[in-house]
Design a binder for this molecule. Structure first.
Ligand code: MRU
Length: 377
């Protein structure tokens, strides 16, 4: 049986003509690798959470733009393959290709609004095309390939470094809590919030990890519990409303979560329920750390109030996971996918260039200075 820890979450397939993902909607029952080639199926893969987690969807979008730019030699008289739409065929000539590239990137970018990594990665790909206005599709292809791979490799290195900084916050014997999945399934390889945990284990520390199930889409129960167990960590699953009890009982020494967008003042948007965990942690004096690559810090967003929060379908709350619909038919449903944790509830933001602490405006400047002096890519 394949171990999930040995498979990259997002990659190009062997022929490098499709993006290969682990279909996360099938986990933990089945490890299904899926090859995607068409814009519509790539959009759906993000919206339906087949690929999810802020860094992973950024890498996925970069690889997708490369794969879509390859195009396919399909006879005009032949019916289009399932999932393909006429707009999927990229034109060759520079001006037309550039227009097509931006339109396709905008389309992928519209799949989910909150995680800034999606637009961050797409913007890098678009900037490359813009920097070569006279280049046609075939000239740009190898450059797009190399940039997409570099964005993917960067994610691996960034998470490894977040692990190195994060592990300094863990002591032997600690109980750690996490919410949602900011693990390897949300990145290419190590995860952000889980990277320090994997390193702690590698270094022989004895730690216990508690994961919230994460209503309504159960990323904690289906994904985090699965990957932590697959990596051999001592793992305990909690319903979301049990973490206060675990904190009060003294089981939890620190909390590590990921995030989808960090505002310039240190407010962070992460999976719905994160802010509740943060508020309770403050009550019990437990430090809450946000693990975030610098690609998740959005200095153009001033505070958490400016972050667009994705609203999702009511059925995710009323029907999904139940054999029969469990809520009254006409009840109104509030289903935001993310919430904002105010910066004063956060003990530190762990990045690949060090741990930022309040006041965040200042420490982010320091972090970005280090990044400019010593870029990974
Ligand atoms: O809706 P999801 O599953 O994409 O939400 C994911 C999260 O909220 C993660 O915590 C976040 O993207 C950080 S992943 C390193």
């Amino acid at each position: 049986m394949q171990n999930i820890m040995d498979i990259d979450t997002v990659a190009l397939n062997g022929h490098e003509d499709a993006v290969r993902i682990i279909d996360q909607t099938k986990l933990p029952v089945e490890i299904d690798l899926k090859d995607l080639r068409y814009a519509r199926e790539m959009y759906d893969a993000i919206y339906l959470l087949e690929v999810r987690g802020a860094p992973a969807i950024g890498v996925f979008a970069a690889l997708s733009m490369y794969v879509l730019s390859i195009g396919r030699d399909i006879d005009a008289n032949v019916e289009l393959p399932v999932g393909m739409e006429p707009g999927d065929m990229p034109p060759d000539a520079p001006e037309e290709f550039h227009q097509w590239f931006h339109k396709t990137a905008d389309y992928l970018n519209s799949s989910r609004p909150t995680a800034v990594n999606l637009s961050w990665a797409l913007k890098h790909m678009q900037d490359l095309v813009d920097a070569h206005p006279d280049a046609d599709r075939k000239t740009l292809l190898p450059m797009l390939h190399d940039l997409a791979i570099a964005i993917r490799d960067e994610d691996i290195e960034v998470c490894r470094r977040i692990g190195e900084y994060g592990v300094t916050l863990i002591k032997d014997g600690d109980g750690l809590l996490t919410h949602c999945n900011a693990g390897k399934l949300a990145t290419v390889r190590y995860g952000t919030a889980t990277a320090p945990m994997y390193l702690a284990k590698e270094r022989g520390m004895n730690i216990r990890v508690y994961c919230d199930e994460t209503r309504p889409l159960l990323q904690g129960a289906r994904l985090t519990a699965f990957e932590l167990l697959s990596s051999g960590l001592d793992t305990t699953l909690l319903c979301d409303n049990m973490s206060g009890s675990a904190m009060r009982a003294g089981f939890i020494n620190a909390i590590f979560v990921g995030c989808d967008r960090v505002a310039a003042n240190g407010d962070t948007a992460n999976k719905i329920g994160t802010s509740v965990v943060a508020a309770v942690a403050k009550q019990y004096g437990i430090p809450m750390y946000i693990c975030a690559p610098t690609s998740t810090i959005d200095m153009n967003t001033k505070t958490g109030d400016d972050i667009v929060i994705e609203q999702r379908k009511a059925e995710e709350v009323t029907e999904m996971w139940y054999e029969k619909r469990m809520a009254p038919r006409d009840v109104k449903v509030y289903n935001p996918a993310f919430d904002v944790t105010d910066h004063d509830l956060i003990a530190g933001i762990v990045t690949e260039y060090g741990i930022a602490r309040a006041p965040y405006e200042e420490s982010f400047q320091e972090i970005f200075k280090k990044k400019a002096e010593n870029p990974i890519r």
